[in-house]
Design a binder for this molecule. Sequence first.
Ligand code: FAD
Ligand code: NAD
Length: 467
Amino acid sequence: MQYDVIVIGSGPGGYVAAIRCAQLGLKTAIVEKYNTLGGTCLNVGCIPSKALLDSSEHYHNAAHTFTTHGIKLDNLGIDFGQMIKRKQEVVDANTSGITYLMKKNKIDVHTGVGSFKDKNTINVKKADGTDTEITGTNVIIATGSKPSALPFLKIDKKRIITSTEALTLTEVPKHLVLIGGGVIGLELGSVYARLGAKVSVIEYMDSIIPTMDKALGRELQKVLKKLGMEFYLGHKVTGATVKGKEVTVTFDNPKGEKQELKGDYCLVAVGRVAYTDNLGLDKIGITVEERGRKITVNDHLETSVKGVYAIGDVIKGAMLAHKAEDEGTLVAEIIAGQKPHIDYNLIPGVVYTWPEVAAVGQTEEQLKAAGVKYKVGSFPFKASGRARASGDLDGFVKVLADATTDEILGVHMIGPRAADMIAEAVVAMEYRASAEDISRMSHAHPTYTEAMREACLAATDNRAIHI
Ligand code: FAD
Ligand code: NAD
C-alpha cells in the first residue's frame, strides 16, 4: 500500500490534514490506534466536556434562575446516568461523522498503533497482534497529548483521576478536590459544582487561568465563588493518598504551612504532555524536547527528517483543537506545493465556563512587558440591554489598542456567549482593524456583541455610549 501521505493520529489535527490532503488530490491514509476516530477532542476532550457543561448548565438554571423568569418546577432532580449516556451519544454521533468523512474523501483508515520502520514505512500493529506495513512519500505525525502527572502523586483512575475519568463518573462527587486552576479544572469543576458537588481548587500560581489576561482570572474567580467553588491560590500540592472512598490531598500554603483537604475524588488537571510513545521516532532520528516531550519542527512544521511533518498537541504552541486543525490544513497545502500561513498570535483561547471566557492577541501584561504603548477600552455586561434581558450580568469586554495607531492588539472578554463573540475580534485583528473601525460598524441591537463595539468606543477617546 503506497500513499502520497500517511497521517498518524485521527484527532482534529490528523483528520483535518487527511481531508485537506485528499481534497488536494493526494492519495491519503490515516492510522489510528483506537477503534473510534476523532482523537482526544472528540472522544475525551472538547466534545464530551461541552456536552456535560451544557447539561449541567441546564440543571443549574432550572434550579437557580428559572424562578426569576417566572418559571416554576416541582421535583427537580438529576439523572446523572442519563447525563453521561447523552454525553456518550453526542460523542458517538461526532466520531461516526469522522468515519463518514474519511469514506467520503476516499481516505484509507488503518486501525492500529503506527510506528516508523523507516522514514517512509509505517508499521501498523493491530489489537490482535498482526501487523501491516504501508508506505508514504510524506508522513504527518498527529499523535496528540496525554494528561501530565505529578511525580509524587499516583493517579489510580478511580479516586485520583484525570479529565478522562472525570467525564465518565458514575456519581456526582460530594467533594471534588481539583489540582490545577487551568482550563480543564475550571470547566469540569463547573460541571460538578453546578450539579451540587463541593469543589475546591488548589492552584500553584497566584491566579486562576494564569496565562490569560489577569483581569479575566479575577472576574472568573468571583463568578465561580458565587457558584460555591473555593480557591487555594499560590498553594503547592505535596501529595494525595486514597483510603477507601476518601482522598486526602496535602499541600503547602504560601507561608509554607502544611494543609490538607479530604474529598471523595481528586482531579489532577495540571496540563498535558505530547504523546509520542511507541512511534519509533528514534529509528528515524527524531528527538523530542526533554520538557513536555514535544517534537521540534521548522516554520513548515517539518521535523528534522525531510518529508516527515508534525502538527497539533505534539508540537509547540497552544494545545487547542482549532490550532491543530489549522496546522493540519497548513501541512497538507505545503505538501501540495502551496504557500499557506498561520498567524499564531490570532488563535483565540476559550474557557467554557458560564460566563464564558475568550481572548485573542496580546494580554495587558504582555504589552507592558514588551514596552508597547496601548490604551484600554472596557465595557461591562451589566450595562448591556441584551444581558439584562437574559440575566447574564457578570463580565466585560476589554479591548487593548495601540496608543498611536489605534490598531486592536488584544481582546479579552468574559461574558455570555463570549466563545462565539471572540470571532469578531479575530476577523477584525486579521484585517488589522482599529478600535474606531469596529466602533463605526453596525452591531445588531440588542445583542451581546454590542459590548464589543462599546469597548472599542471606550478605547477610542472614551466614547462609550451606555456607560
Ligand atoms: P489528539 O486529539 O490528541 O489526537 C491524537 C490521536 O492520535 C489520538 O486519537 C491517539 O489515539 C492517536 N495516536 C497516538 N499515537 C498513535 C500511534 N502511535 N498510532 C496510531 N494512533 C496514535 N481544545 C479546544 O480547542 N477546545 C476545547 O473546548 C477543548 N476542550 C478540551 C477538554 C478536555 C477535557 C481535554 C483533555 C482537551 C480539550 N481540548 C480542547 C484540547 C484538544 O482536545 C486538543 O488540543 C486536540 O485534541 C489536539 O488535537 P491533535 O490532533 O493534536 O491530537
Ligand atoms: P492548563 O495549563 O490550562 O492548566 C494547568 C494549571 O495547573 C495551571 O494553572 C498551572 O499553574 C496549574 N498547576 C501546574 N502544576 C501544579 C501543581 N503542582 N499544583 C497546583 N497547580 C498546578 O492545563 P489543563 O487545564 O490541564 O489543560 C490541558 C490543555 O488542554 C491546555 O493546554 C488547554 O489548552 C487544553 N484544553 C483546552 C480547553 C479549551 O480550549 N476550552 C479545555 C480543556 C483543555
